[in-house]
Design a protein around this ligand. Structure first.
Ligand SMILES: Cc1ncc(COP(=O)(O)OP(=O)(O)O)c(N)n1
Ligand SMILES: Cc1nc(C(=O)O)sc1CCOP(=O)(O)O
Ligand SMILES: [Mg+2]
Length: 530
């Protein structure tokens, strides 16, 4: 077998070859890998559910999705007209093609139309290890059509569920898996979650969207120790086809990015809720149950739809980064300095404290947070995720030698803002993969505020901005004499400037902030007119 011009020895096993090949490919590509979900599911010709929903969900979540098709269905918004099961040995071939070549993080299973297909999947998972298995035990479509018959139930119970990191049945599926027990209340759902957990999956999510008489959509998550009642508002729409597949593939995508299970479930629930709300009035097909629009995020341009108060990239416009040494020099407290900066037009504040006791840092963060909250301005903490968590600040800013963005995201959860310092296109790509919300790019000019900080100049800034998938704020030596040049370039994704000394190493913070704000307004409006 030839790979990149190299003949791999036939004495290597299939799996060994895969390791050799993947390390060669990584070397060739500089080693950046992207989180990867493999969806093992049926095709939906109407593209609201199944493989098509999984592909769109993973795309919307910034995760690569490969596919193994188990059945081809002829369906639309009216119902399922016909099902053609893919032969088991061909399902096995697809699994081998993907798993022997690609580094899959998480497998998500949907429609598994026969006992043979379940067994083929389990054999592949025994041969090729992945980090997690998400099982959506698809049995009946939202239109009521049967997609996997009762004969499969014992294989699900005895062989598939024990391998699952999470299983996500709706009420009908949970009932079927438990021998037809009645599930009519949230208390019944808890019982079902516990009984299903006893079958072996590490986590269970019983989805209560079909629970009669409930105002909210209530799901029960059980991890073997604790129950969590996850509520979201019930969105009035007919466009709910594919919600189960979407939820499960979003959980898989978040797990692939490194989120813990409960965070992945919460993010997925929020994603489905937001997509339903966004698509509630769209019209596709003539049936009673239409699909929704998975790619809302790409259209709305918001990377962080899941945050309660979504991060707004325009908040980066005038980014004030504090320095207690400078404030001391000019005889004012940190809280007064922050209040003046906000009054002058700062749109986001970062507390950057390099030499204070943790206890004092926390107290300052809490006091500044009160000021920021009263003005609706986000407050981020530099470097210290513990201080951000303890003070309930809006997020953190981390550098290349601080906590990686993906770990920060895991610790902070989906709703906090994460910024990452980047000097190169590769770092910007990694920040995006890691789940950051924005990048800080610099030093644009030399500065006395940060020691040993290489400059990248306006050209370096342009290069990173043009390649970035995230909004960018420029930093380093920016002041009233050059801010207009930086913002006036009209570079894609550049949303503002971050400054320390131009605001805080000055006698009058309020006046300096106002001046800078006015300059930025002028520069960005003239760059828009060009
Ligand atoms: C908005 C913004 N951009 C860059 C930085 C620098 O962060 P880092 O590289 O971690 O350096 P320190 O600030 O920790 O010295 C920043 N703080 N803010
Ligand atoms: C904190 C910081 N980070 C930088 C980077 O290049 O990532 S430059 C910098 C200091 C910016 O201070 P001033 O506005 O006083 O130049
Ligand atoms: Mg840092």
């Amino acid at each position: 077998m030839a790979c990149g011009g190299v003949i791999l020895s036939n004495s290597l096993s299939f799996y060994q070859k895969r390791i050799v090949m993947s390390s060669r490919v990584q070397e060739k590509n500089g080693g950046a890998s992207i989180p990867h979900v493999l969806s093992v599911a049926g095709s939906d010709s109407g593209a609201g559910a199944g493989i098509q929903a999984d592909l769109k969900t993973c795309a919307a979540r910034g995760v690569y999705c490969s596919t193994v098709i188990t059945a081809v269905t002829a369906q639309n918004t009216v119902g399922v007209q016909s099902v053609h099961a893919v032969p088991e040995d061909f399902v096995a071939q697809q699994l081998k093609s993907v798993l022997s070549d690609m580094q899959v993080d998480v497998v998500k299973s949907g429609m598994l139309p026969s006992v043979g297909v379940v067994k083929v999947l389990l054999q592949s998972l025994a041969e090729f290890s992945v980090r997690a298995l998400v099982v959506d035990p698809v049995m009946v479509s939202t239109s009521g059509d049967v997609l996997a018959g009762p004969s499969i139930l014992s294989t699900f119970r005895e062989e598939l569920l024990p391998m699952a990191d999470i299983v996500t049945p709706n009420i009908k599926e949970a009932s079927a898996l438990l021998g037809g027990i009645r599930l009519e209340t949230v208390a019944d759902m808890r019982t079902a979650a516990e009984l299903l957990h006893a079958l072996g999956p590490r986590n269970v999510l019983v989805k209560g969207g079909d629970l009669p008489g409930s105002l909210d959509a209530v799901d029960i998550f059980f991890n073997g120790e604790h129950f969590y009642e996850l509520r979201s508002s019930r969105i009035k729409t007919h466009n709910t086809h594919g919600t189960g597949c979407t939820l499960a593939s979003c959980i898989a995508a978040e797990l692939a990015k490194g989120s813990p299970m409960l965070t992945a479930v919460r993010v997925a629930k929020r994603y489905v809720e937001t997509a339903l709300e966004y698509s509630k009035d769209i019209l596709i097909g003539n049936g009673i149950q239409g699909p929704f629009d998975h790619l809302l995020r790409l259209k709305s341009g918001s990377h962080s739809f899941h945050r309660k108060d979504a991060f707004n990239p325009s908040d980066l416009f005038l980014y004030a980064v504090t320095d207690s040494g400078m404030n001391k020099k000019w005889g004012r407290s940190m809280v007064d300095a922050v209040a003046e900066a906000i009054q002058g037009g700062a749109t986001i504040v970062q507390l950057r404290e390099k030499d204070v006791e943790t206890r004092d840092f926390l107290e300052t963060a809490k006091s500044c947070l009160a000021v920021c909250r009263s003005h609706g301005v986000p407050l981020l903490i530099n470097d210290r995720i513990d201080v951000a968590l303890a003070s309930d600040a809006d997020g953190v800013h981390v550098g290349q030698s601080d906590m990686p963005a993906t770990v920060a995201r895991t610790l902070l959860g989906p709703e906090k803002i994460i910024g990452v310092s980047c000097k190169t296109v590769e770092q910007a790509q990694q920040a995006w993969i890691g789940g950051a919300d924005y990048i800080g790019c610099g030093g644009v000019y030399s500065t006395n505020t940060k020691a040993n900080n290489p400059t990248i100049g306006l050209d370096g800034l342009k290069t990173v901005c043009s390649a970035s998938k995230l909004p960018v704020v420029a930093i380093g030596g920016i002041n009233a004499s050059n801010a207009g040049t930086v913002m006036g370039m009209g570079v894609p994704n550049l949303k503002g400037v971050a400054v320390v000394s131009a605001l805080f190493d000055r006698e009058n913070v309020l006046a300096e902030t106002k001046k800078l704000h006015a300059l930025l307004m002028e520069a960005s409006s003239s760059s828009k007119m060009q």
